[in-house]
Ligand binder design. Structure first.
Ligand SMILES: Cc1ncc(C[n+]2csc(CCOP(=O)(O)OP(=O)(O)O)c2C)c(N)n1
Ligand SMILES: [Mg+2]
Length: 693
């Protein structure tokens, strides 16, 4: 037994640490020796060797507004944060009641706050964990300093990553964000010397990221041996305490042995016998035993804690195995807030709604002013009105601050709402979107601007992971946000500023996609997006931002256009033209020029899209032409055509036609551009031709 005086002087609670460490080892052990060979667990990641220091770190994260962004080797910290053993065991078994309900790999965790630290929904992609943690850290700052919420005064964001993850874009993006903004963020690097089989000298010069970062501005550095009990306890405690009090970033690098293969399949043939022996000699479990027994614990105390933990783990695994398999009937639930059957279930955390935010009233009826404004002004006024009514809304991106955005959409908003709410970001699209994810999970409403649609490419991983977040956490989390993205041709084209490729977002799971063609719809759709509860891509066509045709009266601060409701721009009986974005104006003109009684439908949103309106129209006209600026192959027109082929087959009197850009990037020369993008003359001919069949 530990003498009372010694125990109270001990920090941390070593008995608790011992129990957790044995529990973690027990889970790894049972999975490796029984469940994996029996194929009950299909994907196994052992935390052996990383476990001890993670547990020490987790026990420090006691602030209710702390967040941890973890990766796939992070089960020990989950146990330290209070995840029940049976829940932890149920994940790899892909059973119900686990953190993803069998939808995600068992070690890709998440944990809603529920009065304790939040574990942000983890990703399988290495490096994806970093920028959301920076977003959470910035949200802490915002909620404390701008929203004056004293409960966030000492909260911190922690991100866990391996040595190889320090080579990823996400790592550097988050490091830049945290250091330039001086955010309360702890980078916790678990350096096991390998990324699967690749040694850390190929990830960072000399193999030590901490050594290389010593000259990095605004970053405190600590490092040491994560398998040494005294050192690991002191370093994790110091690191957390320092970030809590200094409100500034710190990187803690702990060397740890990876005592098992990278994953269950890995034989570690790439490690030499001396390397394996040296790793075994650093097993933190044995070092902890030597450290505690007999000075602080008797051997029988230790043994009893070990067997108690083992018994609990065996019971937990048995309980997890008894849990039902996930129900295939629920497979498609929780992609969006609203289900196709009209039901809805609010996520537990993320976005403004779970914290009880109530939006002002809306109206589907425009209250038009007397003068017309361009689409750019319409977007700015909508942002302005929503910033005024929703203190949790933040607008950010490259150049959106003092300059007001390279397109001018945010002009004057920083002056009006301050630099905490409307701000410039570093030039990292991954940082913009990843940060938005972290902010959304922290209960804010991020409105991010991607300067041009093509420049969303570096953010592809964060965008994809954001979209799938609700589904893969089984609705425990969602990260509603609005990503504004100008694109499409303007006076000229080019492969960088003029792409539309809106179909990519439709194909990306979990994103709603709005493509307004005019100022009034832009107001209504943007407001719907900003009052919604799902991530939205808001595509701002460059040709329409100041286009004369797109100018409309401002329809008022309550005006909304629901998603999935098309507008019949021009009614007709002979042929249906389905289009959106900048092509709407051209199709309307072409319909007039063609002298065919063509109906023109502006879809306005592509996810969801108004199938009913298109089907109803084609049922009357029996002919359909789809016009879009995006490339032909697998463009959104293909989806519409497939839908019509299936659901309107017997109404069709002619083949479904598509008129689109060819499968090329947007060309720069106005002559080439003219030839590439469907123009009024070609649309007119296509209408006439189809009508004549
Ligand atoms: C973006 C991405 N690329 C590749 C992989 C495949 N992969 C999974 S883990 C891993 C190595 C990561 O090593 P490290 O960051 O050191 O963490 P450790 O596994 O050693 O704890 C790789 C290459 C991935 N998951 N994500
Ligand atoms: Mg590693």
């Amino acid at each position: 037994m530990v003498a009372e005086s010694v125990r109270s002087a001990l920090h941390p609670d070593w008995r608790h640490v011992v129990r957790l460490l044995h529990a973690s080892r027990g889970l790894d052990d049972i999975e490796e020796t029984r469940l994996l060979p029996e194929r009950k667990v299909l994907y196994q990641f052992s935390a052996r060797g990383h476990d001890f220091a993670q547990i020490l770190l987790g026990l420090q994260l006691t602030d209710p507004h702390d967040a941890v962004s973890v990766y796939y080797r992070s089960r020990p910290i989950m146990l330290a944060l209070g995840v029940a053993l049976e829940d932890a065991a149920a994940g790899p078994l892909a059973r119900t009641g686990s953190f993803s309900g069998g939808r995600d790999i068992g070690v890709v965790f998440n944990l809603p706050g529920r009065g304790g630290a939040t574990v942000l929904p983890a990703c399988g992609g290495v490096g994806a964990q970093y920028t959301p943690a920076a977003g959470w850290a910035q949200a802490i700052r915002y909620r404390h300093e701008t929203l004056k919420d004293a409960r966030y005064a000492r909260s911190i964001a922690v991100v866990l990553g391996g040595d190889a993850s320090a080579a990823t874009n996400g790592f550097w993006s988050a490091l830049n964000i945290a250091t330039t903004l001086k955010l309360p963020m702890l980078f916790y690097i678990e350096d096991n010397g390998f990324g699967i089989s690749v040694p850390s000298v190929l990830q960072t010069p000399g193999g030590n990221i901490a050594a290389n970062l010593r000259a990095f501005g605004g970053l405190a550095i600590l490092e040491g041996d994560g398998s040494d009990p005294a050192a690991a306890a002191a370093l994790t405690a110091d690191a957390v305490a320092q970030v809590r009090s200094e409100r500034a970033p710190l990187l803690l690098r702990l060397t740890v042995p990876r005592l098992s293969g990278h994953s269950g399949q890995d034989t570690q043939a790439y490690k030499s016998a001396p390397t394996l022996a040296a790793e075994r000699a650093r097993d933190p479990l044995q070092r902890l035993q030597a450290f505690l027994v007999p000075q602080h614990l008797t051997q029988s105390d230790w043994d009893e804690l070990a067997s108690e933990a083992r018994r609990e783990v065996e019971a937990a695994v048995a309980g997890a195995i008894r849990r039902p398999q996930p129900d295939p009937q629920t497979l498609t639930r929780h992609v969006f807030w609203h289900e196709p059957d009209g039901s809805q279930a609010l996520q537990e955390q993320g976005g403004v709604l779970p914290e009880g935010h109530v939006f002002p009233p809306v109206s589907g009826v425009p209250a038009p002013e007397s003068t017309r404004i361009n689409m750019l002004t319409a977007i700015r006024r909508t942002l302005d009105a929503e910033l005024a009514s929703n203190p949790r809304l933040l607008v950010f991106g490259e150049d959106v601050g003092p300059k007001g955005g390279v397109h001018g959409a945010t002009l004057g908003l920083q002056d009006k709402y301050g630099a905490a709410r409307v701000f410039d970001t570093s030039l990292s699209e991954e940082g913009i979107i990843g940060r938005a994810v972290g902010m959304a999970l922290a209960g804010l409403l991020p409105v991010a601007e991607i300067q041009f649609r093509k420049y969303a490419d570096p953010a592809a991983e964060q965008l994809n992971d954001c979209g799938t977040l609700r589904w893969r956490t089984h609705n425990r989390f969602a990260a509603p946000m609005v990503v504004r993205m100008p694109g499409g041709f303007f006076k000229c084209g080019d492969p960088w500023h003029s792409q539309t490729n809106e179909v990519a977002w439709v194909h990306g799971i979990g994103w709603q996609v709005a493509v307004p063609s005019n100022a009034e719809d832009a107001v209504g759709l943007l407001r719907t997006a900003l009052r919604g509860n799902d991530p939205v891509i808001f595509f701002e066509h460059r040709a329409m931002l100041d286009g004369a045709w797109a100018r409309r009266p401002y329809p008022g601060n309550e005006y909304v256009v629901p998603f999935g409701v098309a507008r019949i721009v021009r009614a007709g009986t002979e042929l249906t033209v389905v289009t959106w974005g900048a092509m709407v104006e051209r199709c309307e003109q072409a319909a007039r020029d063609s002298h065919v009684d063509a109906e023109v439908i502006d879809l306005r949103t592509l996810m969801p899209w108004d199938r009913a309106a298109v089907l109803a129209s084609v049922a009357r006209t029996h002919r359909c032409l789809i016009v879009h600026e995006d490339n032909l192959s697998a463009g959104f027109g293909a989806e519409i055509a497939a839908t019509l082929a299936q659901a309107a087959f017997f109404s069709l009197d002619a083949p479904i036609e598509r008129l689109t850009m060819p499968d090329i990037p947007s060309p720069h020369s106005p002559v080439l551009l003219e030839a590439a993008v469907p123009d009024v003359a070609r649309i007119t001919r296509a209408i006439q031709q189809l009508a004549s069949l």
